[in-house]
Design a protein. Structure first.
Length: 169
């Protein structure tokens, strides 16, 4: 065994550490090194904060969409009850209508809008065609809404189920 290192010396030699920077020669070199490390650490911290903010917003939006999607059938059922009650149903129907209007207003406050699709061109990203009919409308135009669609900020939470005008034959 012919090595230049003495056996049994476990003390680390800073000049032999792999990946470490050489020790600064003067106090000003050390200060510059520490300042550089501080700047990098602050930049890393800022990047972590920005990433966390993006992830938090994404999670918040995802959870809001999930809850709203769960509530949409409740609004659909209120609308169905109002349609079956008819115009002469009286006070109970007025109460159901008030609850329905309140539920739609809450969605609106959350930034969730109901699509107004009658007369709009059919858009497969926003509509689900459940039927076609001959109508006095241009072909591929929404002529009836079976179930309204909802969305937020250009995102479709639930596509509208619609009836589309078909071309005259």
């Amino acid at each position: 065994m012919s090595t230049a290192e003495p056996m049994g010396d476990d003390s680390p030699d800073p000049s032999r550490e792999s990946g470490s920077a050489p020790r600064p020669e003067t106090a000003s070199d050390e200060a510059a090194e520490l300042e550089g490390r501080l700047v990098r650490a602050l930049a890393d911290l800022d990047n972590v904060r920005k990433r966390y903010d993006r992830e938090l917003k994404r999670e918040r939006d995802s959870e809001r969409a999930r809850v709203v999607t769960e509530w949409l059938p409740v609004i659909d059922n209120l609308e169905l009850a109002l349609r079956h009650a008819g115009p002469s149903a009286g006070g109970l129907a007025d109460g159901v209508a008030a609850v329905h209007d309140q539920a739609v207003a809450v969605l609106d406050q959350l930034g969730i809008r109901r699509f107004e699709d009658l007369g709009c061109p059919f858009d497969p990203m926003r509509h689900e065609a459940v039927g076609t009919t001959h109508a006095d409308a241009p072909p591929d135009t929404v002529v009836a809404t079976v179930r309204p669609g909802y969305g937020s900020h250009g995102e479709v939470l639930r596509p509208a189920k619609v009836v589309v005008a078909r071309p005259a034959q």
